[in-house]
Design a protein. Structure first.
Length: 255
C-alpha cells in the first residue's frame, strides 16, 4: 500500500504514517547511552523524555496527515524537519556558552521554557536537542522512503542549517562580547556596544532571518534559488564586515 501511494503520490492517513514509523516509536534511534539517559529523564508529571517525544512525534505525524494532498504532506514534513533542525542548531550554538543570559532571548518566548526558571534552561535545551534529533531523523527517513526526499533536498536542508548557525553565531558572539565587557571593562563601554547591537546589528540579524525564512519556504515547496539567495547573503555579508571593523575598534579602545 505504501509503495502504491508513494508511486501515485497519494496522501497517507495518520494510521498509515504511524504504522510506517512504528519501529522508531517503539525503539527510538538513539545511541544506547543517550537512549538510557532519555528514558531515565522524568519530568514533574512523571513522564519520561522518550514518552514526551513519542507524544510530540505522534502529533507531528497527525499534522502531516492533516494535509489533503501528497505534495502538501511532503511540504509539511519538510517544514517540521526544519523546525527540529533549528533546535539542534540552537543547542550547538549555545552549548559552550556558560551564561544563560547571553542566549536566553532565543528561547524566552517558547512555552516549554516559560514554565521553568532560567537556572534550568541549559538542561531544557539539551532535552529539546535530543527530541529534535529524534524527530528530524525519523521524519527524514519517512520522507526519503515515502515523499521523494532526495540528496539535493538533503543538501538544501544542510545549507539552511549552516546559514542559521551563522546567524546564531553573529548574535551570540556580540552578546558574549557585551557580557565580557561588563565583567572586564566598564558598564559604559558595554552599554555602547549594546546600543550598537540594538541599532545596527539586530536589524541585520532580522534581515538574515528573512532570508532564512525564504530558504525554508523554497525548501518546503520548490527548490532553493541559489542566485537570489547568494545575492541577498552577499549584501548582508558586506554589512557584517563593517560591523566587525567597528567592534574591533570599540574593543581596542576599551582595552
Amino acid at each position: 500500500m505504501s509503495f502504491l501511494k508513494r508511486f501515485l503520490k497519494r496522501p497517507f492517513t495518520s494510521a498509515e504514517l504511524h504504522e510506517l514509523s512504528s519501529q522508531h516509536l517503539a525503539k527510538p534511534p538513539l545511541p544506547d547511552s543517550m537512549y538510557e539517559a532519555a528514558a531515565s529523564t522524568v519530568g514533574k508529571k512523571g513522564v519520561s523524555l522518550l514518552d514526551h517525544w513519542r507524544k510530540t512525534f505522534s502529533m507531528q505525524l497527525d499534522e502531516i496527515a492533516d494535509q489533503k494532498t501528497w505534495q502538501g504532506q511532503r511540504a509539511m514534513l519538510l517544514k517540521i524537519v526544519l523546525v527540529e533542525e533549528d533546535w539542534t542548531d540552537v543547542f550547538r550554538a549555545t552549548n559552550e556558552i556558560a551564561s544563560v543570559n547571553v542566549w536566553s532571548h532565543l528561547v524566552a518566548d517558547n512555552e516549554m521554557f516559560q514554565q521553568f526558571s532560567k537556572e534550568t534552561w541549559k538542561g531544557l535545551v539539551l532535552q529539546r536537542y535530543i527530541m529534535a534529533l529524534l524527530s528530524s531523523a525519523c521524519l527524514m527517513e519517512l520522507g526519503i522512503k515515502n515523499y521523494g526526499i532526495d540528496n539535493t533536498k538533503q543538501l538544501e536542508i544542510r545549507l539552511h542549517g549552516e546559514y542559521h548557525v551563522e546567524i546564531l553565531n553573529l548574535d551570540l558572539k556580540i552578546g558574549k562580547i557585551i557580557h565580557d565587557m561588563i565583567d572586564e571593562y566598564s558598564d559604559e563601554e558595554a552599554m555602547n556596544v549594546a546600543g550598537m547591537k540594538d541599532d545596527v546589528i539586530n536589524p541585520i540579524i532580522a534581515d538574515q532571518y528573512k532570508v532564512l525564512a525564504l530558504i525554508s519556504e523554497q525548501i518546503a515547496h520548490s527548490k532553493i534559488d541559489i542566485e537570489v539567495i547568494n545575492s541577498k547573503m552577499a549584501a548582508l555579508d558586506a554589512k557584517k564586515r563593517e560591523i566587525g571593523e567597528a567592534l574591533t575598534s570599540v574593543r581596542s579602545t576599551a582595552a
